[in-house]
Design a protein around this ligand. Structure first.
Ligand SMILES: [Zn+2]
Ligand SMILES: [Zn+2]
Length: 335
């Protein structure tokens, strides 16, 4: 049986389980290992049965729980080489200090950020402060929790475990390249390049038991190669990140708005709808809107915009529209 379960979707963490035949793959590990396992059990997935983790790109909302999850399960992680290197660079500075030194640095940085936030509250008003608070939790807290988590795990092991563990260590690393399909167990995977401001970001088409599932989030626009990949899919998971007007009038600083809106940023409700109305072939039984912004979008806005696009095409009544959420898993989709 084929099963597709979005565990989390949005700028605070992304993770999905794709199952087919005897194989189960985690796509991105953007929430903590503990939360990942909790959500999997909530929807009837057994974390211990996962065979591999596949990563789209190195942004924190896609890798926050990666190392701990891979180590705990002892399973391989599939990256492009560029993404793996970028992920290691992100973690590397912390390797040069002991765990207690690193904790101390986190404390100092938190205090500094707090002071800056206070100052910003006076200078900028509430919007930017929200953004900074978000950045803080993305950068500091989850990682700290992850390390504490893994330290607790190894506490029972012999005292030879070094205090400054290699944070980039993984049980096994496998490289793939965009444009070159590969196989994990019973699931065939076609990775394709997407336009996004990361080292070597990809989307995927998963194929198993004759079912094709397209997966495309974190892309500034939909270029021809992505349109070609998303043809003939039975399930389409597509980014619907922001409402253009909400983003324009919203709390983000101008530079961040420019980044989100750019050709290597995120896909708007309007851009997703335009694709659904004009280019999409209407073959999917399920269309899942994903990576919705909590600051610049509303689920109902995303839904209505996509519905309008699909309803304009009378032949597409079979398409069921679902919305992936940040804080709870989506009900599993079965084929
Ligand atoms: Zn990203
Ligand atoms: Zn993302």
């Amino acid at each position: 049986m084929v099963r597709f379960t979005v565990l989390a979707s949005g700028s605070k963490g992304n993770s999905t389980v794709v199952s087919g035949g005897r194989t189960r793959i985690l796509v991105d590990a953007g929430v903590s290992c503990r939360e990942l396992f909790r959500r999997m059990r909530l929807v009837g997935e057994e974390p211990e049965t996962l065979d591999a983790i596949v990563i789209t790109h190195e942004h924190q909302d896609h890798v926050n729980g990666l190392a701990v999850t891979a180590r705990k399960l002892g399973i391989p992680v599939y990256f492009t080489e560029g993404t793996h290197r970028a992920w290691m660079r992100w973690l590397t500075p912390r390797r040069q200090m002991t765990y207690s030194q690193w904790l101390e640095q986190c404390r100092k940085q938190a205090a500094q950020r707090h002071a800056e936030t206070e100052a910003a509250a006076m200078a900028w008003g509430p919007g930017e402060v929200d953004l900074m608070a978000g950045a803080e939790s993305a950068l500091g807290e989850p990682e700290q929790a992850e390390v504490a988590d893994s330290e607790a795990e190894t506490a029972a092991e012999p005292a030879t475990v070094p205090p400054q563990k290699d944070l980039t260590w993984l049980p096994a690393v496998e490289y793939f390249q965009a444009g070159q399909p590969f196989q994990i167990g019973d699931i065939a995977i076609s990775p394709f390049t997407i336009p996004h401001d990361a080292a070597d970001p990809v989307g995927f088409v998963f194929q198993t038991e004759g079912v094709r599932m397209g997966f495309a989030t974190d892309l500034g626009y939909i270029p021809p190669n992505v349109k070609a990949q998303l043809k003939g899919v039975d399930l389409l998971l597509l980014e619907s990140n922001h409402d253009l007007e909400m983003l324009r009038d919203g709390p983000y600083p101008w530079s961040v708005k420019q980044r989100v809106l750019s050709r290597v940023g995120h896909l708007s409700n309007e851009a997703a709808a335009e694709f659904l109305e004009t280019e999409y072939d209407g073959q999917a039984a399920y269309v899942i809107l994903a990576h919705l912004s909590e600051s610049n979008n509303l689920p109902e806005l995303a839904r209505v915009t996509a519905e309008r696009a699909l309803n304009g095409r009378a032949s597409l009544l079979a398409n069921r529209l679902l919305l992936a959420a940040q804080h709870e898993p989506l009900v599993p989709v079965y084929f």
